[in-house]
Design a protein around this ligand. Structure first.
Ligand code: 1GP
Length: 253
């Protein structure tokens, strides 16, 4: 079960890396290179999903991943259409930083019977958007306003409320292609105050950034765009994530 892999890593303080694949943006030729590198450096998960993905594309991509890799595949859905029985699990996201009922409960109701049929492992997840310096697709499509970067207490309070409502994972995102990643003080406060497995994504492009984010308290770092542009970056980011308990990033060089 993915929840056991995740909680084992959290308890051992072993940080993890997820490679995000957006089926609408990743061409089949690029996918092959990504899978090859992900296998070679043994990343922890493939996350698959996006704000505009067509249902049949998500199936195709997950089948392709499963036929060339044994790494776990977790759906990171942009809508109730993004369900595939070929994946290992799904992050059942409730977009609790927003006030759009569609993304708090509406899509979930539409997906409920299909999810039950799929047999997928379900990971109930608080999903919070924090401003990353530009309007990203997820903010536009979900019609929600990300929380401002200087509103740390609001982020912590929202994540805490998610935990009290029974969510098992916290995912804080600035959105794919964001200019800035989630501020480090937000990451460390949410980790201390909420204590659930913490996933951080959006705008992560360098090993240094990934290292700092893990060191601040993230348990899983998600990278999408940067690997689409340069699949070789996977090796450096994976080793930064793995080594993130070192006191100083420069010690690694
Ligand atoms: C977005 O967290 C992901 O939802 C990843 O973002 O594509 O900017 O790496 P990037």
């Amino acid at each position: 079960m993915i929840k056991d892999i995740l909680s084992n890593s959290v308890s051992k303080q072993e940080k993890q890396l997820a490679v995000l694949i957006d089926p609408d943006k990743t061409q089949p030729a690029d996918l092959f290179g990504l899978i090859k590198n992900a296998n070679a450096c043994n990343v922890d998960y493939f996350f698959v999903g996006g704000s505009h993905v067509q249902h049949d594309r998500i199936d195709d991509v997950i089948i392709e991943l499963k036929s060339h890799s044994e790494l776990p595949v977790v759906i990171f859905p942009g809508s109730n259409k993004q369900i595939s029985k070929h994946a290992d699990a799904i992050l059942l996201l409730s977009l609790i930083s927003g006030r759009n009922p569609e993304y708090l409960i509406g899509q979930h109701v539409n997906a409920a019977f299909d999810l039950r049929e799929s047999g997928l492992e379900i990971l109930p997840t608080s999903y919070l958007l924090v401003d990353g310096g530009k309007v990203t697709s997820v903010a536009y499509v979900s019609n929600t306003i990300p929380i401002q970067r200087d509103k740390k207490d609001l982020v912590v309070g929202t994540a805490l409320a998610g935990k009290m409502l029974g969510q098992r994972v916290t995912y804080i995102d600035t959105g794919s292609g964001a200019l800035d990643s989630v501020p480090l003080d937000i990451i460390s406060s949410v980790k201390v105050e909420v204590g659930l497995p913490l996933i951080i994504g959006g705008g992560i492009r360098t090993p240094e950034q990934a290292w700092q984010i893990c060191n601040a308290g993230a348990d899983v770092v998600v990278v999408g765009n940067a690997f689409e542009e340069d699949p070789e970056l996977l090796f450096d980011i994976k080793s930064a994530v793995k080594s993130s308990t070192h006191a100083n990033y420069s010690n690694l060089k």
